[in-house]
Design a protein around this ligand. Structure first.
Ligand code: MG
Length: 247
């Protein structure tokens, strides 16, 4: 069963989402060569507290931090550490908070210093694929329409979508039904209905989409070591169309 949120619940989720977006902007602005991912996690925890929210990720399935920091070939669920960011790295920041009992979830990928032009293109394509997916997050469309929008655009740009990880419904729980694959066919899959709230999160790679789990048991990375990017928004299906709650 996919949970349907009331208008009041969507307003609460929008408040949480706005807080999350503000925190993300502050984190993003801090990213620079020499910084450690642990320092970003510490700042994320402080900001979450300051805004009167709670971390959705810390201790979720034993995850040890508030923020996921995935560098270069790491796709998602990177654990913050004393690793220093280097000029030319790319970093996915993925953060979830709980506000008034509801979760919101968001990710951005940022260049550290100056990146290779092809990596810059990967970031732009991944971001745009999310935008295209959001445009289809409307009552009457399907989960397959969302995946199709992402996959079609990404493959047209000669990149690949990760198939073994996906987006998800979100609400009182961080991960709710349905799964939202980053590939799919038009008109296929679950029908989108008013009041559904979805965390849509394209994960895009330059090389082969095969993934493997890293040695810490949390991080997923590309099997071939190629670079990956990731963007995510929490989006509500409303009578006025898609409403991005995390901006
Ligand atoms: Mg998510």
């Amino acid at each position: 069963m996919i949970s349907i949120k009331t208008l009041e619940e969507i307003e609460i989720m929008a408040q949480g989402g706005q807080i999350l977006a503000k925190i993300m902007r502050e984190l993003k602005d801090k990213v620079s060569p020499g910084l450690t991912t642990q320092e970003l996690d510490r700042l994320a925890s402080e900001l979450i507290l300051n805004y009167g929210a709670e971390s959705a990720f810390k201790n979720y399935r034993s995850f040890p931090a508030a923020l996921c920091t995935s560098v270069n070939e790491q796709i998602v669920h990177g654990v913050p550490s004393d690793r220093r960011l280097l000029d030319g790295d790319i970093l996915s920041l993925d953060l979830g908070i709980v506000y008034n009992g509801f979760n919101s979830d968001m990710a951005v990928t940022v260049p550290v210093g100056t990146v290779d032009p092809e990596i810059g293109r990967l970031i732009r394509v991944t971001k745009k694929s999310l935008k295209r997916a959001i445009a289809r997050t409307k009552s009457g469309k399907t989960i397959g329409d969302i995946g199709h929008a992402i996959q079609g655009y990404v493959e047209n740009q000669d990149f690949h979508v990760v198939r073994d990880l996906c987006g998800h419904g979100i609400g009182k729980q961080l991960h709710e039904k349905p799964d939202i694959p980053n590939f799919g066919q038009r008109h296929k899959g679950e029908l989108l209905k008013l009041g559904m709230v979805l965390a849509i999160e394209p994960m895009v790679v330059i090389g082969q989409p095969k993934i493997k789990k890293g040695p810490d048991g949390f991080v997923y990375q590309t099997a071939d070591g190629s670079i990956s990017a990731h963007f995510e928004h929490t989006v509500a299906v409303t009578a006025k169309g898609p409403r991005v709650l995390t901006e």
